[in-house]
Write a protein that binds this ligand. Structure first.
Ligand code: 5GP
Ligand code: MG
Length: 485
């Protein structure tokens, strides 16, 4: 039972979304899609399916496989259209009521909604709505959208969704399900990914292409930034309801978040990571005997680093796959333990060697510290840490769960101090120019960067209303009823 009142400062989350329309196995396919998107969120999952005048839903805390693969669950979700969500959030929000898709029974009919991203003025809108008498059921930013849809006076559901989205600020990829339509939309900057696919004539919307591959569906195209796609019995309709802005896809999706077998905005994530590793090797070479990735996220970059530097690549650290991503552990103490549970040194490939370790990023510094210590304990002569991204100096407010700035190692330490902190012989990062080159851009145009790189640059493309207000008002606690989950 959870009794702690928690504040919604901690609701930033990265998630995966999926939707399918017009197939008899809608829920079963959604389970498969969510299973392929599991890396985007391991905390909870939910599916809403529509059948003959009824929406049915199943939500659970934990992974997709153990909660959704039984025949009983699938049978409870009949119908030929469904949407689903896997959720990742920080501590505090682990309540069943915060599991998406959100469902609401509105004037024009029922609507289910699943959201990847983070709204940066949700608090502001919510306060205004609550002052006018709105009653919120969850602490999720996404619920604001449902309220705005409900309040819109436009005459169609699609127009009401557009009306609602014009009032929110932030990053979103959304899928929505109504009795007759599946809707998909990306924010005007296109910060979060969303692709359109096709399974034997049934259109699909998914965060990443790996969710199409799992069921043998075809990739059709990326949903465009600012595009709203409506899928119904008549077909697929594309709308561009927002004024166009410079596209700013999240560069961290390529570095860490997306699955390496996904194609994102025309680029292979795996190839991009290998090129990032090669750039890193050119920028920060070091004489050594072996290149070892911090698995799994450091693997493709380490392959690129090894190929470029012509230093042998070895799996000198073995990962235990039955431990989740370290970040989901709620306390610092457990987080430290999690890292130890997760990795073990492959001693024969480390002992007496000068080791280059490659990881994708340093956030708090927990992983690097533990891994350096482990590799030294296994007898390494030298340990050189190479990071396949620039220093993470700024928090993300658009859906990646980086902690507050004060907890980011690179925000408070110089590289020299960080090297001491993680106890490496040397530490070096990729720079922004190398990162952009690896992404196929000759340079980072400071006035019109091709990506959202706010976590490295502090250049936030989308307004941060709640963050600004927090500075002037201070955080407000939301009190929630205790609930057994
Ligand atoms: P640190 O241990 O320095 O706090 O975090 C760095 C490690 O966490 C890296 O190995 C990286 O792969 C992983 N990581 C980086 N960003 C994220 C994130 O947003 N979520 C999760 N779950 N892990 C992350
Ligand atoms: Mg990692």
């Amino acid at each position: 039972m959870q009794t702690n009142p928690f504040d919604d400062d901690k609701l930033h989350e990265e998630c995966g979304i999926f939707g399918i329309f017009g197939t008899s196995d809608a829920a079963a396919n959604t389970v498969l899609g969510l299973h392929a998107l599991q890396h985007r969120g391991q905390e909870a999952a939910g599916i809403v399916a529509y059948n003959e005048g009824r929406f049915n839903s199943h939500r659970a805390l934990g992974h997709v496989a153990p909660n959704f693969s039984s025949e009983k669950v699938i049978r409870e979700l009949p119908g030929d259209s469904a949407i689903g969500h896997v959720r990742y959030s920080t501590s505090g929000g682990t309540l069943l009521r915060n599991v998406q898709p959100i469902y609401a029974d509105l004037e024009l009919g029922g609507i289910a909604l699943a959201h990847n991203g983070n709204l940066t003025n949700a608090r502001h809108i919510r306060d205004e709505l609550v002052a006018k008498g709105s009653i919120f059921q969850s602490t999720m930013d996404t619920e604001v959208i449902t309220h705005l849809v409900a309040l819109s006076r436009k005459t169609t559901v699609v127009d009401r969704v557009v009306d609602a989205l014009k009032q929110v600020e932030g990053a979103y990829a959304l899928v929505a399900l109504t009795p007759k339509k599946l809707i998909g939309v990306r924010d005007p900057w296109g910060v979060r990914p969303l692709v359109l696919g096709n399974l034997k004539g049934a259109p699909i919307l998914a965060s990443e292409t790996c969710a199409l591959d799992i069921m043998g569906a075809d990739f059709v195209r990326d949903v465009e930034p600012g595009e709203l796609i409506v899928i119904d019995a008549e077909g697929i309709h594309s709308h561009h309801p927002f004024p166009p802005v410079q596209r700013r896809f999240c560069i961290f999706e390529y570095i860490y978040f997306a699955r390496p077998d996904s194609q994102v905005e025309g680029l292979s994530v795996y190839e991009s990571r290998k090129r990032i590793g090669a750039e890193l090797a050119r920028l920060n070479p070091v004489d050594a005997d072996v290149v070892i990735p911090v698995p799994d996220s450091g693997v493709p970059a380490a392959i690129g680093y090894a190929a470029e530097s012509k230093i042998p690549f070895e799996l000198g650290i073995i990962r235990n796959h039955y431990v989740g991503r370290t970040f989901i552990e709620p306390t610092d103490q457990i987080r430290h333990l999690g890292v130890k549970l997760k990795h073990n040194a492959n001693r024969a490939y480390i002992e007496g060697k000068r080791v280059i370790l490659v990881d994708d990023s340093i956030v708090r510094g927990t992983t690097s510290t533990k891994i350096v210590e482990m590799v030294r304990d296994a007898g390494a002569k030298e340990v050189h840490m190479r990071i396949a991204s620039p220093p993470t100096t700024h928090s993300c407010f658009y859906g990646v769960d980086t902690p507050e700035r004060g907890k980011l190692l690179a925000a408070t330490h110089t590289i020299e101090e960080m090297t001491k902190f993680i106890k490496a012989d040397s530490l070096a990062f990729l720079d922004m120019a190398g990162l952009y080159r690896a992404m196929g851009k000759p340079a980072r145009d400071p006035l019109k960067p091709a990506f959202c790189d706010a976590c490295f640059s502090g250049d936030y493309p989308i307004g941060l209303t709640d963050e600004v207000n927090r500075g002037t008002r201070g955080p407000r606690q939301l009190t929630l009823l205790a609930e057994t989950a």
